[in-house]
Design a protein around this ligand. Structure first.
Ligand code: SF4
Ligand code: SF4
Length: 314
């Protein structure tokens, strides 16, 4: 896979669309193909997850930089909860919710309102019960990266951890989910393992699993009454909604993980050299509808449905 613009330069010289760090200024291209050809790919836990689900999804999401404009409620609530947790871990209470509508372009439909009410109740309990506090210094949302080399090739993985307690060497990973039972050490192993690569001094990894309330809105119940009922339920049985699980580095095999990431990096480089990010159509609706389905099924990137990520110059 090569960039036509770069080929027109005769394969030499500096492309004036290039942005330091391997990015491209063009409106419909996020990462520079020629940079990837020379230096390889930077991976994250979620880009690896994309790749394992479908190579074409990895290509669209992580190289071209296509994003769906209207996110699913599930994805939206996950992002909003992450932002709320980040704010509270900084010691700031969330009292106003107006910013949400502007920032996340939230629709006014009943389902979204219900999900936001649920989220608001969980956030309120998180704050009032003091779960946002730790008995030591906490650094919320920290970026990390990890490099290694083998056979003259450099590999890189980077990411962001939800919170870190630097004095205790603890890491915190939070999940807001309808299926808490899906988050076991087995399923979280790779994500926690990447954090261990980024923070090798870690002594404990905590996964904080927050359950999306399943309580239904009563037939004639107002949203205010529902909110009160839910808040009562959360305070009556907090362990049903919030759970911390602690893991130790010895439970995670980072050697095996690193060699797997090395292998995946090679596979991606091979697909680039073959210009063949094939589609895995078995994954279009599994485990949920893929954001790229409209593109794959029509062959068109509609600007009503999608937008492109823009790389920024420092
Ligand atoms: S920066 Fe963009 S236009 Fe320039 S070589 Fe890279 S992909 Fe091509
Ligand atoms: S819609 Fe299907 S084929 Fe297309 S990127 Fe998603 S999983 Fe792959």
């Amino acid at each position: 896979m090569h960039c036509d613009i770069y080929s027109q330069l005769g394969g030499s010289g500096k492309c004036h669309h290039y942005i330091k760090g391997g990015f491209c200024k063009l409106d419909n291209q996020f990462r520079c193909i020629e940079f990837i050809n020379r230096k390889g790919v930077d991976l994250t836990h979620s880009s690896i997850r994309d790749y394992l689900r479908c190579p074409f999804l990895f290509y669209l999401n992580n190289i071209v930089g296509v994003r769906i404009k209207s996110k699913s409620t599930r994805m939206l609530m996950g992002e909003i909860m992450a932002e709320c947790l980040h704010t509270m871990h900084l010691g700031k209470q969330i009292t106003q919710w107006d910013w949400l509508h502007n920032k996340y372009n939230i629709s006014d439909d009943d389902d979204t309102e219900l999900e936001l009410t649920k989220l608001g109740c969980m956030v309120s309990h998180y704050w009032s019960s003091g779960m946002y506090q730790f008995d030591d210094e906490v650094l919320p949302e920290e970026n990390w990266s990890y490099f290694w080399s083998d056979d003259n090739e450099v590999y890189k993985i980077h990411g962001r951890v939800d919170a870190r307690l630097p004095n205790k060497h603890w890491l915190l990973e939070c999940k807001y989910t309808t299926k808490p039972e899906n988050y076991t050490l087995f399923t979280l192993h790779d994500q926690l393992g990447t954090y261990l690569l980024g923070f090798p001094e870690t002594q404990k990894l905590i996964s904080r699993i927050i359950r999306v309330p399943g309580l239904r809105l009563g037939k004639n119940e107002t949203m205010v009454d529902y909110q009160q009922r839910l808040l009562k339920d959360i305070s009556r049985r907090p362990a049903f909604y919030f759970n911390d699980y602690s893991y130790f580095p010895s439970e995670i095999n980072t050697t095996e993980l690193r060699s797997r990431i090395t292998l995946i990096t090679h596979q991606i480089r091979h697909l680039i050299s073959q210009d063949n990010f094939y589609q895995n159509r078995e994954s279009c609706f599994s485990p949920y509808k893929c954001d790229m389905y409209h593109i794959c099924s029509t062959g068109v990137v509609s600007n009503k449905v999608y937008e492109y990520r823009q790389a920024k110059e420092e």
